[in-house]
Each structure stands twice: as structure tokens, then as C-alpha cells.
Ligand binder design. Structure first.
Ligand SMILES: *Cc1c(COP(=O)(O)O)cnc(C)c1O
Length: 365
């Protein structure tokens, strides 16, 4: 279905060039936003309409808007990368578009077609392309982080799907997600909390999953950990993922294992890409159940040589240790050569430094 064109309502007060340059010098993550946002509205009667790129700014929502009470909301995360010739690209956006539709179905929101999803990114970048940072070197992992999201905006109290919905894309310049670069992180093994249950919303990228993970995240921080690892809700035995990243285990014999998707794990685009790139590295990828005991024993015996987490925001990050109520599973000492190689392969592709043989890159500007 061809998407409607996005009308442009330019900002009357865009950020001054010198201020933007200062921000791009040291953007951090998720702190600054560009001058515009994309917007499409949906009503049950009219479908998707009003495609527009307009000035970034606060939304006007009725206090009874459904999203504020019942959390009917979904989102995506995807990056725009500047290549050496100045062009701007994104990575496998059709995977995000497809996942956005899956999330929408689970949250009883209307599906946005894939073409409109990709076009909304392109329309926003057309306006804000000079907010895409230029990497100073190969080590400079800067990008423009794009955040599409959809909210239930109908004014009513009562539990039923909203008949009015708004879709937006906002953009935020980003430096590397973890300031420490690829220093191994400590992960907290939550025993009090679960992220997802069979039949629940684990596979959907919805705000509610994150809201439910915050108490566990606070617990992690109290124990000196930056992230939480969740086990399955049914048996409290199988490793699922982190609050916002998928997990991989590297074995001595070259197997690369990641928990199999069973509806309680978010299907990461990075996860899928790592599974494909692994073969180029001579690894044997496996998607299967992996228990916390296998992690414990594998780390102790040296059978497991590396553990890493992956996602769009932080790319690939080695896990140094798993900390539980009364245990500490240290990952083998080493400098995580496989995680580093996969990370480089992925970044080289995204920044246009390696040939894109799989057609994963899509030009935005
Ligand atoms: C977004 C997300 C990921 C990573 O997905 P990518 O598509 O690789 O960015 C993993 N787990 C959860 C829970 C997420 O929300």
C-alpha cells in the first residue's frame, strides 16, 4: 500500500547551528531532541491520516486519554548512521516495522503499514539530517537514535481498545550507550521479579514491560549492577533476556547459543543479525533453551568462554558477571574476542565500512 506523503510544517524556531554543534559534540543518550517530529493520526472511522512532519514539542493530551490510564502504548528503537560520504542510512527498518505491527496487534492498537513506518523515518530525517552526528573515527559510535511510538489518545475511562491513536517519531543524537565503551558489565539475576509470562506481552515492545522492570532495575543498582537478567516465569529456570537486551553465550567449541523465542522474549533485530553474522565468523549459532544451571556450570568449567548482551542502543556488550542473592557467576577472564569481532562486523556494516552483501542498509538521506 503506497503511503501518503508527509506534509511539512517547519519549525519557526530551530536550534541555532552553534548550539547544535555543541550538543553533537557530547550528546550522551536520550537527552537532546531534534527540531521536528513525524506524526500520523488514526481514528476508527478515518483510518491513518494527517501524515505530517512538524515542530518538536509537547503533546496536548486529554487527562482522560486512554494511554494515561491503561498503558495502551508501543514503541520502537532504531538508529540513523552517517557514512563517510555524508549520506544517512538505517539498518533493517523492515524488521522494526514488522515488529511494530506485532506489538500493535498484541496491544490491540491499529497496525501501521511497513511503508509508512519507513517513510516516517525518511520524512523526519529529510528535515533534521544535520542532527545526524558525523563519526570522528571508527571508535566514535555516534548516531541519531529514532524513537517511533504509538499511543491511545481517545478520551474515555473504561477498558477497551482506543478508537483514536497517534503515531509519532522523535529523534535524539546519541554517543555510545555505555560510557565505558565495551568494558564488561555486571548483571543482576532477579529472583523477586519476572519480566514476561506465557501469554503475556514479553514479545511486544510496549512501555508496560519497561514499567514492570523498574523495581528489578532498582534492585540491580542497589547491588552494583547496571542491568537485570530475567528467568522464565513458569519454571524459574530458563534464561530469557535482560530488561532491554538479548543474551548470547559463546562456547569453547565455537557454538553460539541464544535463548529460543517462545513468546516471552523480545525478538531483537540485533539478535537476529548476530545469528546471521555468526556464520561468517565460523561460529555455529543455536537457538534453544538454556538454563541458569548451564550458565553456572559452563562458566565454572570454562565450557562457556564469553557471555554478551545485544540491542540497537548498546550494540554488543560483554557480560562480566552475573550477581544473585547469594552467588556470583564470574564469566571467564579474557578480553571477549568473539563479542568484539561480532561487534566490529556489525558496526562496519552499519557505518558503511564493509560491503552490505545482505541488503540490510536502507538509505534515508
Ligand atoms: C528493544 C529490545 C531488545 C533489543 O532489540 P533490538 O531490535 O536489537 O534493538 C531486546 N530486549 C528487549 C526487552 C527490548 O525491548
Amino acid at each position: 500500500m503506497p503511503t501518503a506523503p508527509f506534509d511539512l510544517l517547519p519549525s519557526a524556531d530551530p536550534t541555532a547551528e552553534t548550539i547544535r554543534a555543541d550538543i553533537l559534540e557530547n550528546p550522551g543518550f536520550g537527552r537532546y531532541f531534534t527540531d521536528h517530529m513525524a506524526h500520523v493520526r488514526w481514528t476508527n472511522a478515518a483510518g491513518w491520516h494527517g501524515h505530517q512532519v512538524r515542530p518538536y514539542g509537547p503533546l496536548t493530551l486529554d487527562p482522560a486519554a486512554a494511554v494515561l490510564h491503561y498503558g495502551q502504548e508501543i514503541f520502537e528503537g532504531i538508529k540513523a548512521y552517517r557514512h563517510a560520504d555524508g549520506s544517512v542510512w538505517t539498518f533493517r527498518p523492515e524488521k522494526n516495522a514488522e515488529r511494530f505491527r506485532r506489538s500493535a496487534r498484541r496491544l490491540a492498537l491499529p497496525e501501521l503499514d511497513d511503508e509508512t513506518f519507513v517513510e516516517s523515518l525518511r520524512a523526519l530525517i529529510a528535515q533534521d539530517r544535520n542532527w545526524v552526528p558525523t563519526p570522528a573515527s571508527e571508535a566514535d559510535e555516534c548516531s541519531l537514535y529514532l524513537r517511533p511510538f504509538m499511543i491511545a489518545s481517545e478520551k474515555f475511562l473504561g477498558v477497551r481498545p482506543s478508537q483514536e491513536v497517534d503515531y509519532y517519531v522523535i529523534a535524539s543524537p546519541a554517543a555510545a550507550y555505555f560510557k565505558g565503551g565495551i568494558a564488561p558489565v555486571s548483571i543482576w539475576l532477579s529472583s523477586n521479579y519476572k519480566r514476561a509470562a506465557p501469554g503475556g506481552t514479553g514479545y511486544a515492545k510496549c512501555g508496560g514491560n519497561y514499567a514492570a522492570s523498574l523495581a528489578a532495575q532498582k534492585e540491580a543498582e542497589a547491588h552494583g549492577c547496571g542491568q537485570v537478567a530475567f528467568l522464565d516465569a513458569a519454571e524459574n529456570k530458563w534464561i530469557e533476556e535482560l530488561g532491554g537486551m538479548n543474551l548470547f553465550f559463546v562456547y569453547k567449541d565455537g557454538r553460539l547459543v541464544t535463548p529460543k523465542l517462545t513468546g516471552t522474549i523480545l525478538e531483537g533485530v540485533t539478535r537476529d543479525s548476530v545469528l546471521e553474522l555468526a556464520r561468517d565468523e565460523g561460529l555455529s549459532p543455536e537457538e534453544r533453551h538454556i538454563s541458569i544451571d548451564e550458565w553456572r556450570e559452563g562458566a565454572a568449567s570454562g565450557e562457556i568462554t564469553e557471555v554478551f548482551a545485544c540491542g540497537t542502543a548498546a550494540v554488543i556488550t560483554p557480560v562480566g558477571e552475573l550477581v544473585g542473592e547469594d552467588e556470583r557467576i564470574r564469566c571467564p577472564e579474557g578480553d571477549n574476542p568473539i563479542a568484539k569481532r561480532l561487534r566490529k562486523r556489525l558496526l562496519d556494516l552499519q557505518y558503511g565500512r564493509a560491503e552490505d552483501t545482505r541488503g540490510w542498509l536502507v538509505q534515508l538521506a
